[in-house]
Design a protein around this ligand. Structure first.
Ligand SMILES: Cc1cc2nc3c(=O)[nH]c(=O)nc-3n(C[C@H](O)[C@H](O)[C@H](O)COP(=O)(O)OP(=O)(O)OC[C@H]3O[C@@H](n4cnc5c(N)ncnc54)[C@H](O)[C@@H]3O)c2cc1C
Length: 402
């Protein structure tokens, strides 16, 4: 949607083809709500490997990896492993932080231009740690990121409570925290739906819903049509923005993009009196919590389950437990549950820009940070499509890196 918005605002005639009946019904439906620009450490880092092995045998672990015979999963997994070293992790951090900070400015610009309201809160994100060991490890990464222009504040347990008083009642131990005032939060579903309406009203963008794209038809090295359940669609240029489903239409035209569906879960409950305003990340449990107006959302866990989006109670339970340990006043009577697929690349950054097919461009693979990064990546995409210089380097974002 951000790609549609930026291209539309620059005077291009945009058509969005979507198989759902409305915008943001897939991964952008009930995510964690964080705009975590400074959360730039990729999943693939030197600490990931021992954790993944430990978690393999634990059904309620933050990440569940099962042995699989799926060749795409195996290739993806090998690429992931190759990125689990300090050099690659630092490089990905640099790329994702640069994109995150750029995206922060671009989202502010979108807010200013559109005046959209989506329960945006500029109250920062507080990462909390149950043990000093966890805090010390994260501090190393924070110090590295400080050299790249993103400062996080080290907080004692009491300072965490002062920052977010709702944490005072927590029944689990909090050793300390890291706080970034650059980070924000809000409701992605509301944002995306309102942005779609804005594109229609202001740029005459066309939205074709309930249209399943079945094939990208190529002739002479160019896409000549997109085949859909509602007939063919043609354009001068095409943007691949199908999230986790992108590889399914790219493979048949010879583009093997390592995007794998990484399933995540969320719960949403009504906000209670004194519910948190500052977005929280429980680093140990890998659960994020955001206040979305009169609701509180908690999201997390990662599971490799191919294209299965069933909600499994065993994965919901740790999120509920984390939320109730931190906020004993939370009420779960009217809880909604959700699961969906993050379009995850093995190294972390999304895939933006040109492909070897002249009129096909990428805006996909945003993984765990799709909302956080897409206002920025959409501007990069539009610059590339218009043959203009980009405002930040494209290093580490292009399809050619694979
Ligand atoms: C549990 C969870 C928590 C998360 N928390 C955060 C967070 O706090 N902050 C953050 O920044 N990110 C977060 N993310 C990641 C973020 O939500 C995603 O990166 C982002 O939503 C991806 O957006 P997208 O537009 O690329 O994909 P999607 O929103 O999935 O959009 C792709 C669209 O393509 C359509 N489509 C697919 N195939 C076809 C086809 N064949 N024909 C027609 N249409 C098709 C789909 O219907 C879908 O609407 C989270 C993700 C999960 C799962």
């Amino acid at each position: 949607m951000t790609a549609a918005y930026v291209l539309g605002s620059r005077g291009h005639q945009v058509e969005v083809i979507e198989r759902e009946a409305a915008p943001a019904m897939q991964t952008s439906y009930a995510n964690g709500g964080q705009l975590s620009y400074t959360h730039a450490q990729p999943w693939a880092n030197p600490d990931a490997l021992p954790k993944v092995i430990k978690w393999m045998f634990q059904e309620d672990a933050p990440l569940v990896l099962k042995f699989s015979t799926d060749p795409h999963m195996i290739t993806w997994g090998l690429r992931f492993l190759l990125n689990c070293n300090t050099r690659r992790a630092n490089l990905s951090t640099k790329i994702m932080l640069r994109l995150g900070l750029y995206s922060r400015d671009k989202l502010a610009k979108i807010r200013e231009e559109t005046k959209l309201e989506y329960n945006h809160l500029s109250k920062g994100i507080l990462h909390i740690f149950g043990s000093q060991l966890g805090l010390d490890g994260a501090l190393k990464q924070a110090r590295f990121q400080e050299t790249l222009g993103a400062k996080e504040e080290l907080l004692t347990r009491e300072q965490c409570f002062a920052r977010e008083p709702a944490l005072k009642n927590a029944t689990k131990s909090i050793a300390g925290g890291l706080y970034s005032d650059l980070d924000e939060s809000g409701d992605l579903h509301v944002f995306t739906q309102k942005l779609a309406a804005y594109c229609i009203d202001n740029f005459g963008a066309r939205f074709t819903y309930n249209a399943n794209i079945t094939r990208l038809r190529i002739e002479g090295g160019r896409i000549v049509a997109v085949e859909t359940s509602q007939g063919d669609r043609t354009a001068d240029a095409y943007v691949m923005a199908m999230g986790s489903y992108s590889p399914l239409l790219l493979r048949p035209i010879g583009l093997n993009m390592p995007i794998y569906p990484m399933k995540g879960y969320s719960i949403t409950i009504p906000a209670w009196e004194g519910a948190p305003q500052v977005s929280i990340t429980d680093d140990e449990k890998k659960v994020v919590i955001s206040r979305l107006g009169d609701k509180v959302r908690a999201a997390g866990t990662a599971e490799f389950a191919r294209y299965n989006t069933d909600v499994r109670e065993v994965r919901i339970t740790p999120i509920v437990r984390c939320l109730s340990d931190l906020f004993p006043d939370a009420q779960f009577g009217n809880m909604s549950r959700w699961a969906c697929l993050r379009p995850q690349t093995p190294d972390g950054p999304p895939i933006i820009g040109r492909t070897k097919i002249e009129n096909l461009f990428m805006h996909t693979g945003h993984g765990t940070l799709g909302w956080t990064q897409s206002p920025g990546s959409a501007h990069l995409l539009a610059d590339i499509m218009e043959n203009r210089p980009t405002e930040i380097p494209l290093e580490g974002l292009e399809a050619s890196r694979y």
